[in-house]
Design a protein around this ligand. Structure first.
Ligand code: SF4
Length: 350
């Protein structure tokens, strides 16, 4: 099975009339298609419009820096694109709540005011109780530390519990809004359940983020357009996209890597269509192309995740993309942000 990719023709390269349509707020499918396919100078024009929209909504030109703590790699799902899938054979770990709270204290002392706690999907009562304890202690210690959770599908009662404990935001990517693809890539889950969870998060009052993957097996340009439309159907405060990278321990390990230019163009479109949402420039962009996170900022991103919260001995056991994943350090990200003529904010952007 092949990834998306429809060759760009000279017609696509020459016909830039879609840019006028985008400026006027015409987001019809033909316009979105042309924008996703554009490359070279036309792509730079697309990025410039995205930056203009970002400046209108975020005039301080700041990038929200978050520290991520990967609190556990235990997962009950079997996604073909993920090396942490149930049964993948990787060694599992769960961080002790005290260790997570201590890490949050340490990062707070260093000035970090936005924390992301991420794990595989685990709906067990004991795990959600542990997460609730972590959230509650973190917020008691530092009420001004914005806390983002990314723990997957849970029950409504579990989401409410985490919200009441003090969590501010929740990221639940829908990955694909196309049922055929969602259930092919994530055979242990259903698209209806994913979207139901997303709706619950918004209704409960989380500042909610969602997004998709590009360059995945079986995906077409039309599927990516459907994803963009889906992002507009939820009251989200954050959008993101990642590029498919075949991890060594995942079911899709022999599939080709996704085309990162589709991700850059999709990011620019997300910024143009949903200008006031936060959007990360993710480490997978850098892994696909050196300088990729800088390009992500030029395409309209305004958040970065800094991998300084997961203890070194656990990092290799959280192979989101690959066991050889690129985990950007401070210096690299500071350079990318400075080159994009932006500044790092350790405080939450709203
Ligand atoms: S993508 Fe998330 S839910 Fe799917 S297997 Fe990986 S960690 Fe689990």
């Amino acid at each position: 099975m092949l990834s998306v990719i429809e060759p760009m023709t000279s017609t696509h390269a020459r016909d830039m009339s879609f840019m006028d349509s985008l400026r006027k707020g015409d987001f019809s499918r033909s316009v979105l298609r042309a924008a996703l396919l554009v490359r070279d100078e036309g792509q730079q024009e697309l990025f410039a419009l995205a930056r203009q929209r970002r400046s209108e909504c975020f005039p301080a030109e700041e990038v929200e820096a978050r520290s991520v703590v990967e609190i556990s790699n235990v997962c009950q799902q079997g996604c073909h694109y993920c090396s942490m899938a149930k049964g993948s054979g990787i060694k599992r770990y769960v961080m002790k709540p005290e260790a997570v709270v201590e890490m949050a204290d340490f990062l707070y002392q260093r000035g970090r005011r936005v924390m992301l706690l991420q794990s595989g999907e685990n709906q067990s009562k004991a795990w959600i109780e542990a997460c609730t304890k972590i959230v509650s202690e973190m917020k008691q210690n530092h009420p001004d530390q914005e806390l983002i959770l990314c723990l997957g599908n849970l029950s409504e009662a579990q989401y409410v519990k985490l919200k009441e404990a003090g969590a501010d935001r929740y990221i639940l990517k829908f990955e694909s809004s196309v049922k055929r693809l969602y259930e092919m890539w994530k055979p242990t889950d259903t698209m209806e359940e994913r979207l139901r969870c997303l709706k619950m998060l918004v209704d409960i009052g989380f500042k909610t983020g969602s997004g998709n993957m590009v360059g995945m097996p079986g995906q077409t340009i039309d599927d990516i357009i459907d994803d963009l439309i889906c992002m507009g159907e939820f009251d989200l405060t954050m959008n993101s996209c990642t590029v498919f990278i075949p991890g060594e321990a995942c079911g899709y390990r022999d599939e080709p890597i996704g085309d990162v230019d589709f991700a850059f163009n999709l990011m620019a479109l997300m910024r143009i269509m949903f200008p006031n949402r936060l959007m990360p420039t993710t480490s997978c962009l850098e892994r696909c192309r050196p300088g990729g996170q800088f390009i992500g900022l030029m395409a309209g991103a305004n958040t970065v995740t800094i991998h300084d919260g997961t203890p070194e001995n656990y990092k290799a056991m959280f192979p989101i993309y690959s066991t050889k994943r690129f985990a950007p350090g401070n210096d690299h990200l500071l350079d990318a942000v400075a080159n994009a003529k932006m500044t790092i904010s350790t405080h939450p952007l709203q």
